[in-house]
Write a new protein. Structure first.
Length: 320
């Protein structure tokens, strides 16, 4: 097995960022997310998954740098519903998605906590620990979709004040405020590239975690802005382009065979590479797969010229 292990030079890849904006209700999470997204998008259009009762509609007219296309996420707030929203945004070709808020996936109606309660109650043992075995994989699939998505994702999370009651003072329990606690599963905040915490009174942000090093250099709290989104976009675009994976190449080839474009031969594989498939980015390879799949499902015939033109158009997008 060790013969298959290869170490390569560590380098930053161009790709997508996953951001969280955390704060109490009314702190400005929605507006801040929209400002960041307006600077982050290259297309001028942002997808918005809204479980906050249309709050984004109040702010959209105030932001001139981008247009917002909203989908109302309604109960039940299952992990699978959020995954479907992400997949729909990917398929529609958006490059930025806001999920406002993913706290509903955790404690909202039909969310993970309610699923866990129902699983516990319907089991013979009513063992809540065992019930997590049916819930955790579903929740983790949602988090994995955020982390591995083919677009930038900004997630808002509600927070509440956390207290420590373990201390004693004068023989009485001492209550100490120890910061903000997000309403989501413990540890989820570590999944994001950059985290913003928003103050309720000033609406200003700090970045307790910032792998981009854009915001961690700032000494004072700041208001989120469109320019911050642009800085994040520059960061995301920096670095080596992650090329098409072997699995993607194999999947593209197999669908081409099913379309009758190729036969299963080495020469056909070389022909596919010759028209530029090997030069596609990870993201554009995904777009090609979606396009091929849609044509297959609709019964539309795809010939070699159509395939070649599609790949060339994706390469042009990559090189812009």
């Amino acid at each position: 097995m060790s013969n298959n292990i290869q170490f390569v030079k560590a380098e930053k890849y161009a790709g997508f960022v996953q951001l969280s904006i955390e704060g109490p209700s009314g702190s400005g999470k929605t507006y801040g997310a929209m400002l960041l997204a307006a600077g982050l998008t290259k297309k001028g259009i942002v997808a918005f998954g809204d479980s906050e009762h249309g709050r984004c509609r109040h702010y959209a007219p105030l932001i001139k740098d981008a247009e917002f296309h909203v989908f109302d996420i309604t109960p039940p707030y299952t992990p699978e519903k959020y995954v479907q929203v992400i997949e729909a945004a990917e398929k529609a070709g958006y490059d930025v998605l806001i999920l406002d808020s993913i706290s509903h996936e955790w404690e909202g109606s039909g969310g993970s906590l309610e699923i866990h309660y129902n699983e516990t109650m319907k089991s013979k043992s009513q063992n809540s620990y065992i019930a997590w075995g049916n819930v955790t994989p579903r929740h983790q699939a949602f988090i994995a979709k955020i982390v591995n998505s083919n677009l930038h994702i900004i997630c808002s999370m509600r927070s509440k004040t956390a207290y420590d009651t373990s201390g004693q003072e004068g023989g009485k329990m001492k209550v100490k405020e120890v910061g903000q606690e997000v309403i989501q599963r413990q540890g989820v905040k570590y999944e994001f590239i950059t985290r913003f915490e928003i103050d309720l009174e000033t609406h200003k942000a700090t970045a307790p975690k910032d792998m981009t090093h854009i915001f961690s250099k700032r000494k004072d709290p700041f208001l989120l802005s469109v320019d911050d989104g642009k800085a994040l976009r520059e960061y995301a675009d920096e670095g080596a382009v992650r090329g098409i994976t072997k699995d993607q190449g194999k999947e593209i080839f197999e669908i081409c065979i099913q379309h009758g474009i190729f036969k299963n031969t080495e020469a056909d594989m070389e022909k596919l590479k010759a028209i530029g498939a090997k030069d596609l980015t990870h993201n554009n390879a995904f777009e090609l797969l979606v396009w091929l799949q849609e044509n297959r499902e609709s019964g539309t015939q795809v010939d070699f010229k159509k395939l070649s033109d599609r790949i060339k158009s994706l390469l042009e997008v990559k090189n812009e």
